[in-house]
Write a protein that binds this ligand. Structure first.
Ligand SMILES: [Fe+2]
Length: 376
């Protein structure tokens, strides 16, 4: 990992260290059109390494976009991948890597199916703070055929290297700052309360939530604040390592179907769910949630555990107001369609496996009830 302002300038050296000669840059249309992908490509070309750009990554990356990327990779006889962008670009590169090495379709490797071979090296360069995808062994790809957000996971998906340069996040619009930052906060909280948490992931998760709780409102209100941007970028990566090793839980399980069916950005659908799902889950891990409240500075040691948890839930609701997070209804989702899809969403949430890591393991009907509760 290369971390800090200007780390991006080390990209050609990393490509060379990995013994790669023909990387394919995987990015989205926006980063291609604003010149950032071109700048990266030119920087690599200047070092004598051949390089092309594939700009077909899309939000909620689909199997169609992945298949196009695989064709671009093979047609250009590439030997490595560089993803540049948010979670969508990084996850698309992970899936291209998976298929180039193992053949078949993404659905063949849906959790809990194993991924046999790691494939070509992948250097991840996040431009949001963020999904943490640069340090995780998971990716989420939407099946273009059967309407499902598929989770794929395995050490084979872990990027070979990551460049975590917060200067790339300075121009993020306000909404994206809020949504990706809340995604990171959700990673930290869910990793900490997860049934798969361990002392290593606890340390990372607590550090991440402490930073995000303090810095996200600053980065949201004052986008040019370099210190806040730097802190958020670091925290997003910390939270990424935490959840990649401890897993996420019910919020993520329920968030993916909302994202798939209604095209709500991932961090925003997490935010819609986080306070209510925390309220639902808290009774099963009061001490753990109280730790979160104290780490985030919402409660202190004079508060009882149950008071700390109440303050946490209240704080999460208030924070959603500050960050102007709409409910599903406020987002403009059609009511009839939302309620019609609740059983399907609940089934997909459970099938993802994430709810089983939650401190309070929900039944299908409890998940349906939570979807109804957050509608507003
Ligand atoms: Fe996430």
């Amino acid at each position: 990992m290369k971390i800090g302002a200007g780390a991006l300038s080390g990209v050609a050296a990393i490509v060379a260290n990995l013994n790669c000669r023909r990387p394919l840059i995987v990015t989205d249309a926006f980063l291609a059109s604003c010149g950032l992908a071109e700048k990266l490509r030119d920087q690599i070309l200047a070092s004598g390494i051949k390089c092309k750009v594939f700009s077909g990554a899309v939000p909620d990356p689909t199997t169609d976009a992945v298949d196009q990327g695989v064709r671009a990779f093979l047609a250009g006889e590439h030997d490595s991948l560089i993803s540049l962008g948010g979670g969508s670009s990084i996850d698309t590169a992970k899936a291209i890597r998976l298929l180039v090495a193992n053949g078949g379709r993404v659905s063949d490797y849906k959790v809990p199916n194993p991924i046999p071979k790691a494939g070509p090296p992948h250097i991840a360069i996040p431009t949001t703070a963020g999904t943490g995808s640069e340090v995780t062994r998971v990716a989420v790809i939407s099946d273009s055929i059967n309407e499902e957000k598929m989770l794929i996971a395995g050490s084979a998906l872990m990027p070979s290297a990551a460049i975590v340069d917060y200067e790339l996040t300075m121009s993020m619009p306000q909404r994206l700052t809020a949504d990706t930052g809340t995604d990171s906060l959700t990673h930290a909280i869910e990793a900490y309360v997860s049934r798969k948490a361990n002392p290593f992931t606890d340390t990372l998760a607590l550090s991440a939530m402490r930073i995000i709780w303090a810095e996200l409102p600053i980065a949201y209100r004052d986008p040019d604040n370099r210190a806040a941007r730097e802190a958020m970028m670091l925290a997003a990566t910390l939270a990424g390592i935490a959840f990649s090793n401890a897993s996420v839980a019910l919020v993520h399980g329920m968030s993916r179907p909302i994202g798939f069916f209604f095209h709500v950005p991932h961090g925003l659908s997490n935010a819609m769910l986080l306070p209510t799902v925390t309220q639902f889950s808290a009774s099963a891990a009061v001490g753990r949630y109280a730790d979160c409240a104290r780490a985030m500075g919402i409660a202190d040691h004079n508060d009882s555990e149950s008071d700390a948890v109440s303050k946490l839930v209240e704080g999460l609701f208030i924070r959603n107001g500050e960050l102007e997070v709409p409910s599903p209804k406020g987002y403009g989702i059609l009511e009839a369609r939302y309620f019609e899809l609740i059983p399907t969403m609940a089934m997909q949430a459970l099938a993802s496996g994430s709810p089983q890591n939650n401190p309070r393991i929900p039944s299908e009907s409890e998940i349906e009830q939570l979807y109804r509760e957050v509608w507003k």
